[in-house]
Design a protein around this ligand. Structure first.
Ligand code: F6R
Length: 608
């Protein structure tokens, strides 16, 4: 999830590149760089930290001469945010330079093949592989080299490329990562996102998968992967700068809800190889996995809710006992962590003070810590023994959506791996789960497509005072997250209950018209939760039910049904949470609140 910009034209390129990159900086990138061709040489300036570091190093771009260049702001995925790992990346002769947005899933394999041919690598990035791969295939024709490299690369990429021998051209290509190009009054420009080019043009070409663009100062040609020329029509962009940052959405939260299919797929795709879960890079051997006696899962807020979900999965699927703790509680008691405990810390930001303190406490007790983290190079990522990165990309809205969904995927993959290694599931069962996982992005997309219906329902509850969520097992964990989403952005009091607990107190709160949201995704628990629905119905509650398509049991007792597509029972949270995120979003929107920045909350809670 990086930002790329490229320019070729009559003006000096570097100031245009820096200006474009600055328009993408609101996402909080961790390093930046530019490369410009001038006088027979490609000059590169890059550094970790904010874009201002590169701006200072180049006198706002003025010290870099040349009218063709590429630039990049990095959100680290492979390799920590250091100067060396910052983009652009060169081939060894410094005759080809590349910026990249996306993830090359087979980069390790390509890297070892290229190393076998004598290529030396400077960085830990997947992108450097692209520069060397292009070099490997380059025999004087850039299009040929790009097309051949594309046939070898698996994963997602939007690339800006300069070949020193072709300084009158700038090349771009994409697969599964956004890329737009446009003609300006004095040249041609490319970017990964609309905000970067709005100052220069409003007529853009959206590049489709496996298309290549060859730009010059005065022309723009499009090719498919077989180098056959294509005709494309430009699209006029009407958005203002603010809307452009949000990809045309009114709030980042809705943008991020919509990004979930891709984020989820980016998180699992690199870890599924030949129908097995590949966590080789985590340095957790099969023997260590077999020796795990207990999992202790620690986190805060929504991340803790993914831990609550994961408990049912690690126990049910892998047969490993699990304890789930709030980090703020864990750190102030003396937790018993017997030998053979693996501590799992979950954090989007990787900076949450309580989670970091919990990690340090566990390490002090000699316990191995695996962290599921979104921000590469964050404190938790640096201090954990093992890091499983989620690939949600930058999350701006305070209320987490896509990072939460990616954390769930990380747990599923770990549970599947643990279960398989420990002989709890067969090859066939693993294969079935993998194919169910591959269907999740499409199913999430279908649910997002039903947003208007949820919005209509949300509009009826803008004045609600209390909302109750309930479910059993994984459905209880889903309820916890549904409730938190609602309360944090709508300021409506809501709580989540394990459905069986209602009669132990909470039911006294139910009165005529109270909204109760019941989650029923676990078939073996349908009947039990239906009986709890009957209990609240008899106190005149209004009941919305979120359940699987095949469940007709709840229809007769519910007032409003939301169906989710069938999936593996352990993956139900990934689908059931979508209508609940949308419900919270539309209630907050309907109340005219600042959805992205709810009062009293911060995105990263770095203090106690
Ligand atoms: C809720 C939310 C928070 C975070 C919590 C932990 O929408 O985002 O509850 O989940 O503050 O933050 P991280 O994951 O950064 O440790």
């Amino acid at each position: 999830m990086c930002g790329i910009v490229g320019y070729i034209g009559e003006k000096q390129a570097a100031p245009i590149l820096l200006d474009g990159l600055a328009r993408l900086e609101y996402r909080g990138y961790d390093s930046a760089g530019v490369a410009v061709y001038h006088d027979g040489k490609i000059e590169m300036v890059k550094a970790s930290g904010r874009l201002s570091v590169v701006a200072d190093m180049t006198d706002n771009g003025k010290s870099l001469k040349g009218t063709v260049g590429i630039g990049h702001t990095r959100w680290a995925t492979h390799g920590s945010p250091t100067d060396v790992n910052a983009h652009p990346h060169f081939n060894e002769k410094e005759s080809i330079v590349v910026v990249h947005n996306g993830i090359i899933e087979n980069f390790q394999r390509l890297k070892s093949i290229l190393m076998g041919y004598g290529y030396a690598f400077l960085s830990d990035t997947d992108t450097e592989v692209i520069a060397h791969l292009l070099d490997f295939y380059y025999k004087g024709n850039p299009l040929d080299a790009i097309s051949k490299a594309m046939q070898r690369m698996e994963g997602s990429y939007a690339l800006g490329i300069i070949f020193k021998e072709f300084p009158d051209n700038l090349f771009a290509v994409r697969k599964d990562s956004p890329l737009i190009v446009g003609k300006t009054s004095d040249g041609s420009i490319l970017a990964s996102d609309v905000p970067a080019i709005l100052n220069y043009t409003r007529d853009v070409y959206y590049i489709e998968n496996e298309e290549i663009v060859r730009m010059s100062a005065s022309s723009m040609e499009f090719f498919n992967i077989d180098e056959k020329e294509l005709i494309k029509e430009p699209v006029h962009i009407n958005w203002d700068a603010d809307a452009a940052e949000k990809g045309g959405y009114e709030f980042f939260m809705l943008k991020e809800i919509n990004e979930q299919p891709k984020a989820v797929s980016d998180t699992f795709s690199p870890r599924i190889k030949n129908d097995i879960v590949d966590i080789e890079d985590l340095n957790l051997s099969d023997e260590e996995i077999r020796n795990i006696n207990k999992l202790h899962v620690v986190a805060c807020g929504s991340a803790w809710h993914t831990g609550m979900t994961a408990k049912y999965i690690y126990e049910g699927l892998a047969g490993i006992p699990v304890e789930v703790d709030l980090a703020s509680e864990f750190r102030y008691r003396d937790p018993i962590l017997p030998e053979g405990t693996l501590l799992i810390i979950i954090s989007q930001s990787g900076e949450t003070a309580d989670s970091l303190a919990a990690l340090r406490l566990a390490k002090k007790k000699g316990i191995k810590v695996l962290a599921i983290v979104n921000v590469v190079g964050s404190s938790i990522a640096r201090e954990a023994d093992i890091v499983f990165y989620t690939m949600a990309g930058p999350e701006i809205a305070v209320a987490t959506t896509k990072a939460y969904s990616c954390q769930l995927i990380a747990h599923y993959l770990l549970a599947m791996k643990f279960a398989h290694v420990r002989g709890k599931i067969s090859d066939v069962e693993l294969k079935e789960m993998i194919s169910a996982m591959r269907e999740l992005p499409g199913k999430i997309n279908t649910l997002i497509g039903e947003k208007e219906r949820i919005q209509r329902f949300a509009n009826r509850y803008l004045a609600a005072k209390d909302v109750f969520f309930m479910g059993r097992g994984i459905d209880y964990a889903i309820s916890l997250e549904g409730s938190l989403k609602l309360k944090e952005i709508s300021y409506i009091h809501s709580d989540a209950y394990a459905a069986g607990e209602l009669k132990h107190g909470t039911i006294s709160l139910i009165e005529d018209g109270s909204l109760v949201i019941a989650i029923l995704t676990q078939k073996d628990l349908y009947a039990k939760t239906v009986s709890n629905i009957v209990e609240v119905k008899s106190r005149k509650a209004f009941v919305m039910v979120v359940t699987n398509e095949s469940n007709k049991e709840a229809e007769s007792v519910a007032d409003y049904m939301v169906y989710i597509p069938e999936t593996n029972k352990y993956f139900a949270n990934s689908l059931a949470i979508i209508p609940l995120q949308l419900l919270a979003y539309y209630i907050s929107l309907g109340k005219g609140l600042d959805v992205d920045k709810p009062r009293n909350l911060a995105k990263s809670v770095t203090v106690e």
